[in-house]
Write a protein that binds this ligand. Structure first.
Ligand code: ZN
Length: 311
């Protein structure tokens, strides 16, 4: 009985081991398969992409799906879709830490929309030079775009260069230079100063309308030169006293080339026959729908943009 009992016990142990062997083998296969899969995903560079943004992400994503295609059977859409799904799943598994990293990267690389505008403006205009040698941006907010112009019920659309505000003397016929190379699209050689009575009538009309009509504003800018630059940028130089003889419509002007001299044409003083208050008024119009630089921006932000471009 005893040997039989022992034999039976042994037989039972072997049976038990065999019973465990298959599940252990299955677990081993699953773990190995899982390890191989994760390793492939790392080769695909999925993880470094997770926290990235913008153009780079686009490129990486394209690269990713191409690589997924390479790893699975080529051109098999079903497989690619599964690859993407598994990639998403793995990103989720990587947990909160990675999500936090993603948020941090997004705030660092995608600025608010108004700052994006600003970067765009600066990137297009950073080659501009000051229209008046060595002049800085005025320190008076009332000389900047967006400032109120109560006398004509409107808003200032340009940048003023007045004596004692821009670091260099500004007088009648101080040379005005083109801020960049471009094409002259307007040169008012034949400008005639407004009669005081007529100018007063125009201003009374602005009070009735509650705004400055464009044709009135154009007369109040006096003698002007307009230059068109690349990227649909137009720069207007206003209140000029004089315009160089060769500055005509269609003329290709160089950066820094003198186009005329500072004056006070179009102003109340000029209408009364005086030559006080000479200043350059320069407007910068941007893009397809031609908005003036500073439109719908705070004066502080406009100032920062101008300083970044011109100083
Ligand atoms: Zn002005």
């Amino acid at each position: 009985m005893k040997p039989k009992f022992v034999k039976n016990t042994r037989g039972s142990s072997q049976k038990q081991f065999r019973h465990l062997f298959i599940p252990i083998l299955l677990v081993g296969i699953i773990l190995t398969a899982g390890w191989i899969y994760l390793d492939i995903d790392d080769i695909q560079g999925t993880n470094p992409v997770a926290g990235d943004n913008g153009e780079k992400v686009k490129d990486e994503e394209n690269k990713d799906s191409e690589e997924t295609k390479d790893v699975v059977s080529e051109g098999d859409e079903e497989e690619v879709v599964n690859g993407q799904k598994d990639k998403e799943k793995q990103e989720t598994e990587n947990g909160k830490e990675e999500t936090d990293q993603e948020d941090a990267d997004q705030s660092a690389e995608i600025p608010p929309s108004e700052e994006w505008d600003r970067d765009l403006i600066v990137s297009k205009l950073d080659h501009f030079i000051s229209p008046i040698e060595d002049a800085v941006i005025t320190y008076a907010d009332s000389h900047l775009p967006g400032a109120d112009r109560a006398y004509r019920n409107g808003v200032h659309e340009g940048i003023d260069y007045f004596n004692e505000y821009v670091g260099v003397p500004i007088e009648i016929d101080t040379p005005v230079k083109s801020v960049a190379e471009g094409e002259v699209i307007r040169a008012d050689h034949d400008f005639k100063e407004l009669e005081k009575s007529y100018r007063d009538e125009l201003l009374e009309e602005t009070a009735e309308l509650g705004k400055t009509p464009e044709d009135t504003l154009d007369k109040l800018r006096g003698k002007q030169v307009w230059v068109e630059h690349e990227h649909n940028i137009v720069v207007r130089y206003a209140h000029l006293n004089s315009i160089e003889a060769h500055i005509e419509e269609g003329y290709q002007i160089e950066q820094g080339e003198v186009l005329g001299g500072v004056g006070n044409t179009g102003t109340g003083a000029a209408a009364e026959g005086r030559d006080d208050g000479p200043h350059l008024h320069m407007e910068i119009w941007l893009g397809e729908d031609q908005r003036f630089l500073g439109e719908e921006k705070s004066i502080d932000e406009t100032r920062e943009i101008l300083v970044e471009i011109f100083e």
